[in-house]
Structure formats: structure tokens, C-alpha cells
Design a binder for this molecule. Structure first.
Ligand code: FKS
Ligand code: ZN
Length: 341
């Protein structure tokens, strides 16, 4: 299948992140994308560059002022004489006002970000825009008649919401792909998120929508990032009531538990009868992932691919997480291979 890849991803490199009380090298590295690119190419998929899709397309999913903030954040940080990477240091928790955006850079950062692990560097915007365009290009390829396409997005996207960023994510690539399919004539799109972490941003974006079904399998937010969304009782609101399905699994879950939840997700997807499928494809469910705790083995990724392919839908696969770099390429290729067969 076509695999959309842009070398611009490498402009985003956070270097270090705050993790469990220490500054450590980032888990979300440029190396990840290069390893996936090599594995996907070796498996015979055709690498293509993203199209120059107009930036106005971002506004189908994101708030305009938020987009402008992201675009200008690094330049503003520097022009105010600050050193290093753009990192927020205060957030509007309970009791503080969140109805207004403070004028200064620190207040604005706390207003738009929801964690301190998602640095903005000089090239972050270029990379995030290229990733968004990659996802929309894969959606365009599928709209034009291909059975499936893959977007090798980096930075990832599923934690980014309409006007918030965090969890290594700035723009919501999968949501942009889904919206692109809808704008191209699909009436209903299912978005299945198999990343280890709950796709809080995607859920929020489509929370009140009945044209998108959001289904997510993930580590239980009682103990796992992003902690404050992704519980089973979140089911959507208004017209979107019943169009969100969260299937949290306890940390440490293996294939036995995972397969049952995956079947539940597919069943809900079939019931929704969508015209197309978007998959938020994280492979941080892998047993040796350094920041996650599911116990899937390499042999399970082709099974996930086969299960998703078995839905028989035009499918856009969008790269999210996965931090066991040695195996990230073969695990992604394992999922994609099932679509090619
Ligand atoms: C704070 C720990 C923060 C952030 C984990 C982010 C996971 C990102 C991901 C994505 F797909 F977006 F890349 N850890 N002390 O894997 O969900
Ligand atoms: Zn993840």
C-alpha cells in the first residue's frame, strides 16, 4: 500500500522530557520514524510524500487561534529572550480560571498545553504540519479508491484536541484524516484507536458528533497516561451519545484480554456501518515498550491487522506511538502486511 512519509518529521526533536521526576532523553524520537520507514519500504510498500494540502483544512478539526499559537510559539518564546525549548509550567487546575487566555507566553502555554512532556522546538511546527498533511494525503488516496493507505506521522496526534496539545501530540492527524474522508463524501467514519494510551484528543473532537464513531482500546487511565479521560462511562454527548466507546484494560494485560476487547471494538464498528475506517495505530502495546505495560508479542500485530482488514472497509492507518525502537518497524509492518494480502 502507499505509505506517506515526509523527511520534515526530523525537524521535531525534543531532546529530553520530564519523566517520573527526571529529565530523560525523549521516547518520541526521529529515529522511530526512520526505522519504520526502512521496515515499511523493505516490506514492499510504496513511499510517497505528502501533498501540499492547504493549511485551512486544519480548521475542520482545530481552533484557529490554537493553530496560530502553535505556529508562532517558538519564535515568541525566543523573542521574549527565553532559552531552550518551549515548555509550560502552570495549568488552570480546579479553582483557577480557564475561560480566558492570558496574554503572556507562560499563561498562553498553560492554557493550550495539558502536560509538560511535549516540548516545542524550532522545527516542531514544520514537522507537525507535515504529519497532518501526511494523514490527510493518506485519506485522499483512500478517497480516490485505494483499499488502504498508511501515514507515517511524526509527531503523533491522538492526544491533541480542538485547542489543546500534549502527550507528544500537537495536531490530531487521525481526526484530520477522518474529517478529510467526511468532506470527501463519506457519510460515516469509524475511528479505532489501538495505541496503548487513550486518544483523549480524538474523543474530545468527535464527542458530540454522530458521523464519527470513536472506539479506543487502552491502558486503564486509573494508572496510565492520560489519566483524566478514557474511562468506560464516557459515551459521548448530545447527537454523539453512544458514539464513543472506551475499552480500558488493566496495566499488564496480554493478548488474551486484548483479543476480547478488540472483538468488542470491531463489533461496535460493524454495527455503526461506516463508509470508511481510520486506525490510530500505536504499537506501544508491545511487551518491551519502555513506557507501557501491555504484553503483546510481535506475532500479534499481523493478527490485529487481519482483524481490522476483516472489516472490509476503505482504511487509513495513522501512526501514533511505539517506543521499543528495535521492534517498532517490524510491528508496524506486521499490521500493514495484513492489509496488503
Ligand atoms: C509524564 C509522562 C507522560 C506521555 C506519554 C505519551 C504517549 C503518546 C502516545 C502517542 F501515540 F501519542 F504517541 N508520558 N510524566 O503514545 O499515546
Ligand atoms: Zn501511546
Amino acid at each position: 500500500m502507499k505509505a506517506v512519509y515526509s523527511p520534515l518529521h526530523a525537524r521535531h526533536d525534543g531532546g529530553f522530557e520530564l519523566y517520573r521526576g527526571q529529565l530523560v532523553p525523549t521516547f518520541e524520537t526521529p529515529e522511530r520514524a526512520e526505522i519504520i520507514r526502512a521496515a515499511v519500504a523493505a516490506a514492499g510498500h510504496e513511499l510517497v510524500e505528502p501533498r501540499e494540502i492547504p493549511e485551512s483544512r486544519l480548521l475542520g478539526v482545530h481552533d484557529g487561534e490554537f493553530v496560530e499559537f502553535l505556529r508562532g510559539a517558538f519564535a515568541r518564546w525566543q523573542s521574549e529572550g527565553r532559552q531552550g525549548h518551549v515548555i509550560p509550567s502552570g495549568f488552570p487546575a480546579r479553582g483557577l480560571r480557564r475561560d480566558r487566555r492570558p496574554a503572556g507566553i507562560s499563561g498562553s502555554l498553560g492554557y493550550y498545553a495539558f502536560d509538560a512532556s511535549t516540548p516545542i522546538v524550532a522545527g516542531t511546527w514544520d514537522a507537525a504540519l507535515a504529519a497532518a498533511r501526511s494523514a490527510m494525503t493518506a485519506a485522499a488516496v483512500v478517497s480516490e479508491g485505494e483499499r488502504a493507505a498508511y501515514a507515517l506521522c511524526r509527531p503523533p496526534g491522538h492526544h491533541a484536541a480542538r485547542s489543546t496539545y500534549g502527550g507528544y501530540c500537537y495536531l490530531n492527524n487521525a481526526a484530520l484524516a477522518a474529517q478529510y474522508l467526511l468532506d470527501g463524501g463519506c457519510r460515516r467514519v469509524a475511528l479505532v484507536d489501538v495505541d496503548y494510551h487513550h486518544g483523549n484528543g480524538t474523543q474530545e473532537i468527535f464527542w458530540e458528533r454522530d458521523d464519527v464513531l470513536f472506539v479506543s482500546l487502552h491502558g486503564d487511565p486509573e494508572t496510565e497516561y492520560p489519566w483524566f479521560l478514557g474511562y468506560a462511562d464516557e459515551r459521548g454527548a448530545g447527537r454523539g451519545e453512544g458514539h464513543t466507546l472506551n475499552l480500558p484494560l488493566p496495566a499488564g494485560s496480554g493478548w488474551i484480554e486484548y483479543e476480547v476487547a478488540l472483538e468488542t471494538a470491531l463489533e461496535a464498528t460493524r454495527r455503526f456501518a461506516p463508509d470508511a475506517l481510520v486506525v490510530s495505530l500505536g504499537v506501544d502495546t508491545y511487551e518491551s515498550d519502555p513506557i507501557s505495560s501491555f504484553k503483546l508479542a510481535g506475532k500479534h500485530y499481523p493478527l490485529i491487522g487481519a482483524a481490522l482488514a476483516g472489516l472490509g472497509l476503505p482504511t487509513v492507518l495513522v501512526q501514533e506511538g511505539g517506543y521499543a525502537v528495535a521492534e517498532i518497524g517490524s510491528n508496524v509492518a506486521g499490521v500493514l502486511g495484513a492489509f496488503a494480502d
